[in-house]
Write a protein of this length. Sequence first.
Length: 164
Amino acid sequence: MKPRTVSKLACATLAGMTIMATASDERMTVPVSFGRGLDTAQPGNTVNHAVLPQDIKVAQGGVVHFLVAGFHQLVVYRDGTQVRDIAVPSEGLFVNDDLNVRYKGIVPAGGPLATPATTSPSNAVNRLESISFTEPGTYLVICNVRQHFIDGMHATVQVLPRNN
């Protein structure tokens, strides 16, 4: 091979590796299923109590788009909060542990940000809640519905520092 061809091939390979690393390690937008879908949201069916994937990675400054399906409430805790840190009440519909909360999502039985309850339209249908993560760290995400959290409906968002 000619030196010029080898040089071009090396540059193309390096560029491809850089693009692959950026795509896998520094995604700026990440879609996440928060519930498996309204087709699984039946009484007694715990299969809908899931976050997919449970280990989420996004680049610093990126956005995670939570595709909420059904009667769920998204809560994001500050960096370093762990599942064991969440105080779960012995009864009631919601966890409502507001210590270290970074974002508390739309209440599924009411309107956004504590507005009165509504059934038309209901917040318990498919919706999108997009959260921006500007600081590196590991953030706990839970479903605030008590039984869903007990069933394991939680995940972590790892925010990776951007390469300059």
